[in-house]
Design a protein around this ligand. Sequence first.
Ligand code: ACO
Length: 326
Amino acid sequence: MRISGWGKYLPARVMPNSEVAELVDTSDEWIRARTGIRERRIAAPEETTCSLAVNAARAALDKAQVAPEDLDLVLVATCTPDYANMPATASLVQHALGAPRAAAVDMNAVCSGFIYALATGSQFVATGAYKNVLVIGAEVFTRILDWQDRSTCVLFGDGAGAVVLQPTNQPGGLISFVLGSDGAGACSLYVPAGGSRQPASADSVADRAHYVKMLGRDVFRFATRVLPDSVVEALAAASMTTDDIDVLIPHQANTRIIDHAVKRLHVDASLVFSNVERYGNTSAASIPVALCEAIECGMVRPGATVVLSGFGAGLSWGTVVWKWHA
Ligand code: ACO
């Protein structure tokens, strides 16, 4: 199989750290030193996860020269769907694109969601079941942020990225993957209310329980362990080592987490793509957006071994080893 098309969409509005510092007690210096983030994008009021996803998807379909009518499957990785419970955002995207033949479903593994969706979509192509699969990571994460909580609101942004998967008789595609979960850490990073455990109520709104809560240090410890471990495990499953990596695209959560992982993996920093300083953490969108930009800047060359690795709430993680087509 191959990734025959790729596309991204970032909302136009740029929110620099200085603007966040007008809302909560923080500073540009603190945010840059602890996270590497300088600015993030904020969706316009009329934009939704679906509209961001559709913009990224159209770019990917154009690149792949695939008509929406020919799509077999639309997978949308997101934890900020347009509707809290139903329908799936993927169904909205499928309709907006004009893809009547396509099956559509959301996948929520939070920041690992795109890796889960890419590994899943690839199976349909590998078995020959489907020929045109659209995999999207899209989030309007800033709508679930508590803009009074400086420990979380400085970290995240909005965006979307998409790829089109197609079969090919050339070598390449998904070489190996590792997917994992540890629900024991569920409350390290979560939104307490709005689900069946704590349905929305006047109290839940008054308690600000519909916003993200995070134990930052716990997540940091988890991320710096699981990112290098899952990269090594996925490479081993492909009979490869870190020496075989041509491009490493980690989830763009935080420069310190990425630096930590790169050091532990002994990977040359020039092989690691990062754009977290411009977009912050866009959750499920971060890896496909980064992949698009790594392709655009010429880092992903024909035949390259590209390692994509995500981690996030769940807790969850996933790494894909992908051989780029020649
Ligand atoms: N501005 C200024 N001070 C702050 C801010 C802020 N935005 N946030 C916290 N602080 C303060 C704290 O109150 C604390 O002050 P105190 O010492 O007086 O109590 C001090 O800074 C240190 O706080 P820590 O939480 O220990 O700071 P830390 O060095 O751990 O950095 C951070 C915090 C950046 C959140 C870090 O823990 C981290 O990166 N964690 C991982 C977060 C992450 O990537 N989450 C997303 C995962 S992906 C997903 O699924 C969504």
